[in-house]
Design a protein. Structure first.
Length: 191
């Protein structure tokens, strides 16, 4: 989605000769799809399948977007894009955070999200300039299909019944040296 933000309004303006408000309004369906699916998809069973289905939806939306014949034809692909990202986030975040110490995966997820929103517009803009916006979307669609297959395969190897289990590295012995600000012995009582 970050790769689309700088390029999609320009592409819409050039292809459909729209007004500025229409180019900005095109992001409402993906925000709505993300909101609905990120709230609902976390309650669905089988997080691995939900995450893979979400990524597959993102891929199909990216492949369908260049074929839109009008601004209103972008509503369904944009909704699919947001819904797919919402499903993936709702399924992956709790699963990965429940797998090990919460601070390590949480930091990695936050760093990956920040990197995507930092590098996405730069890479998307550069690719659109080099090969064109439609080719960029098709490339992103194929890459998301490969990632969906990878998610399905990897999460099948580690089913959700194992996500809450602790490994030896996560056991109490590894946590003994861990210092958290919520331990009572770190604070002196105020009298």
């Amino acid at each position: 989605m970050a790769a689309l933000e700088p390029c999609l309004p320009l592409w819409i303006s050039q292809k459909f000769h729209t007004q500025q408000w229409q180019a900005g309004l095109v992001f409402v369906p993906d925000s709505t799809g993300y909101l609905v699916c990120s709230v609902c998809a976390g309650q669905w069973g089988r997080p691995g399948r939900t995450a893979a289905l979400g990524q597959l939806t993102v891929a199909l939306a990216a492949l369908a977007l260049p074929h839109a014949s009008s601004v209103w034809g972008l509503v369904l692909p944009q909704t699919g894009l947001g819904a797919g990202l919402g499903c993936t986030d709702a399924a992956l975040f709790p699963a990965l955070l429940g797998r090990a110490h919460a601070h390590r995966p949480a930091a990695a997820l936050q760093a990956a999200s920040s990197a995507a929103y930092t590098l996405g517009p730069i890479v998307g803009g550069a690719m659109s300039w080099l090969v064109g916006f439609e080719t960029t979307l098709r490339t992103l669609g194929v890459l998301n299909m490969l990632y969906a297959w990878h998610l399905y395969r990897v999460l099948g190897d580690y089913p959700s019944s194992e996500w809450g289990d602790e490994s030896e590295a996560d056991s109490g012995e590894a946590r003994q040296g861990e210092v958290t600000p919520l331990k009572d012995d770190l604070y002196a009582p105020l009298h």
